[in-house]
Design a protein around this ligand. Sequence first.
Ligand code: UT7
Length: 320
Amino acid sequence: MTTRIIGTGSYVPEHIVTNDDLSKIVETSDDWIRSRSGIGERRIATDDRTSDMAAAAAARAIEQAGISPEEIDLILLATSSPDYCFPNGACEVQEKTGAVNAACYDISAACTGFVFALNTAHAFIRAGIYKTALVIGADVLSKLIDWTDRSTCVLFGDGAGAVVVRADETGVLGLNMHSNGQKGNVLTCGARSNGNFLLGKKPELGYMTMEGQEVFKFAVKKVPECIIQVLEETGTDKDDIDYYVIHQANYRIIESIAKRMKVSMDRFPANMEHYGNTSGASVPLLLDELNRSGKLKRGDKIILAGFGAGLTWGAALIEW
Ligand code: UT7
C-alpha cells in the first residue's frame, strides 16, 4: 500500500509585481533579475493571508479529488509564514474547508516543506494510521522579506499549492529527506526575537537574510544527490522520469541540476518566470499547473524535489 495524489489545486494572489516595479524601490533591473534567476514577475498578497491561500488551493484539490472534506484524516500545512504562532495554519485550513475529522498541524522546512509534508503523510498512510490526507504548501514570504535588501527581495513571491493523497496500490514509490543544521546560518528569518519581554527585552521582528551563493552551491550539489538516491533505491532509470518538478528558486539552479544529471531541460518544467520563488508552495503549484494543463497521464513517473533553509532537502518519486 502506498500514497497516491488524487487531486491538486493552487492559488496565487491577483496583484502582480514586475521586475520593473522593483527597480523603483531598490537598485536593480529587469535584466539583472531575469539573467540571474529567470524571474520576471511575482504575485504579492495584499489581503490574502497564508491560511486563506492554503484553503483556496486545498478547496480546488478537494474538488478535483471528488471527495468530501469530512473524509480527510490529516491536514499538513508546510509553511514558514503562518498567520499566527498558534493556532497552527493547518487548523485554520480545517476551519475554512470543513475537514472536521482531520488532525491538523504545520510542518516547518522552508522551501523543502511540501516534500517533507508529503513524505510525512505517506508515512502515516503506509503505517495504516490514516487513509486520506490533505498536504499543502503555502507562504506569504513578502511579509518576511526586507524590502530594502535587493539581494533577496527580488527573488520571492506568494502563493499556495495543495494535493489530496489517499492510500492506493501505486503513488509514492520512494522518498528521502535530509537536513544540515550546521549550515542553517546561510538562510535565516528571525521570528519574534528570543529576548524575554518579562526581562525587559521587547520582542522585535526579524527579516530574511541569505548568503545567495552558498545556497546556490548547496542546491546544485545536494538536489542531484537526493534525486539519484531515490532513483537508485527504487531501481529507476533517470531517463524513465517524465517530469522533474524541482523547487522553483532559480532557473540557473534547475539548468545546473539538469546538466549534472545529464537529463534534457525538457523534463524540467519551470514557472518561476511568473511567480518567483514561492517557497513551500512552489512544488505543488507547478505540479498543479502541469496537472491542469493535461500534461500528466496515469503511469507517468515524476520526481518532486525541494531544497531550502535549515538547510533541508529531499526528493520523492511518484507514479501518477
Ligand atoms: O529557496 C532557496 C532560496 N534561495 C536561493 O535559491 C538563492 C540561491 N542563489 C541565487 O539564486 C543567486 O546566488 C542570486 C540570484 C541570489 C544572486 O546571483 P549571483 O550570480 O550569485 O550574484 P552575486 O550574489 O554574486 O552578486 C553579483 C552582483 C553583486 O555586485 P558586485 O559585488 O559584483 O558589485 C551584488 O551586489 O550583483 C549585485 N546584486 C544585484 N544587482 C542588481 C545583488 N542583488 C542584485 C539585484 N540587482 N537585485
